[in-house]
Ligand binder design. Structure first.
Ligand code: SF4
Length: 292
């Protein structure tokens, strides 16, 4: 019985009349309380049921969640042709500054570039460039690297970090190169990505830098700058590569990739981008927001 029902009963008793109206009111209040309790029970049961159902639902994959998170910057509401023109304008502007710059990794031939790229994970290109002359002087090609003592490679590449994992990766990549292609680095995307530890980013880099094919090299800098420029709202590098390939002619791809990577390092780092100094500010939704 709730407080109101009790009060009504008390009132009725006090008045000594025990009149039917007060009793009726008290009874109604009692009924309402009972109803509320039952409804609360039902709600709790439903909540429990939906909770169970929720946990049994298929979880959203991490890649999808990352993709959702990677949409902090608004895209301008522009047609495909206007977006194409803006992408080309950005590419041309960046080319004026960074066009002559190549990859920062030193290499002589496709095999060295493949191995240097493995070493560059979580390491500066400058540090990789200090190590690779020693490494390639000792193990010049895929066959020599496959036959190498891992401890010796680990010692040489120690300063690049994750040296055990990188040693395994270089030996693994070299072994699959020997096994599948007789030690010769292939040129096609399909063949390159069939090598152990070689993904599209590395394959595009090798195709572009060692063989001269147009390539979109979507690394962390490329991805961040493309998102800020409102060219994509995607997080997955392969999807970013495909989308940029749709909006930018392939004659731009390699230089655009180099420009985006250098620009991400120089003016558009993850923290404190220098938007007021940026040559593509007028074409950048994120930059426009920053400078107000
Ligand atoms: S305007 Fe700012 S955010 Fe946009 S590309 Fe330039 S530095 Fe990066």
């Amino acid at each position: 019985m709730n407080d109101m029902a009790k009060a009504n009963q008390k009132k009725a008793a006090k008045s000594g009349t025990g009149n039917s109206a007060a009793r009726k009111k008290a009874a109604t209040n009692k009924k309402t309380t009972a109803k509320k309790k039952s409804s609360a029970k039902k709600k709790a049961a439903a909540k429990k049921k939906s909770g169970l159902k929720k946990s049994s639902q298929k979880k959203v994959p991490i890649s999808k969640r990352n993709e959702a998170r990677a949409q902090p910057h608004k895209m301008w509401n522009e047609s495909e042709s206007v977006l194409n023109a803006r992408a080309i304008r950005i590419s041309n502007e960046l080319r004026k500054i960074y066009g002559a710059k190549d990859t920062a990794l030193d290499f002589d031939g496709a095999y060295q570039l493949l191995a240097a790229t493995i070493l560059s994970a979580q390491c500066t290109d400058a540090q990789v460039n200090r190590v690779t002359p020693v490494l390639f002087a000792r193990f010049a090609d895929a066959r020599a690297m496959t036959a190498a003592d891992p401890a010796e490679i680990e010692k040489i590449i120690h300063s690049t970090g994750f040296f055990r994992q990188k040693t395994r990766s270089i030996i693994g990549m070299s072994a699959s190169l020997v096994e599948k292609f007789g030690g010769r680095v292939p040129e096609t995307m399909e063949e390159l990505t069939s090598l152990a530890g070689v993904g599209r980013k590395t394959a595009n880099l090798v195709r572009a830098m060692a063989f001269g094919h147009p390539g979109l090299i979507v690394d962390t800098h490329f991805k961040r700058v493309a998102q800020r420029l409102g060219l994509v709202q995607l997080a997955d590098p392969t999807k970013i590569e495909r989308r940029i390939a749709e909006i930018l002619p392939d004659s731009h791809w390699t230089e655009f990739s180099n420009s985006m990577i250098w620009h991400g390092r120089a003016l558009c780092p993850a923290r404190n981008p220098k938007c007021s100094e940026c040559p593509v500010l007028k074409d950048c939704p994120f930059g426009q927001e920053q400078v107000g």
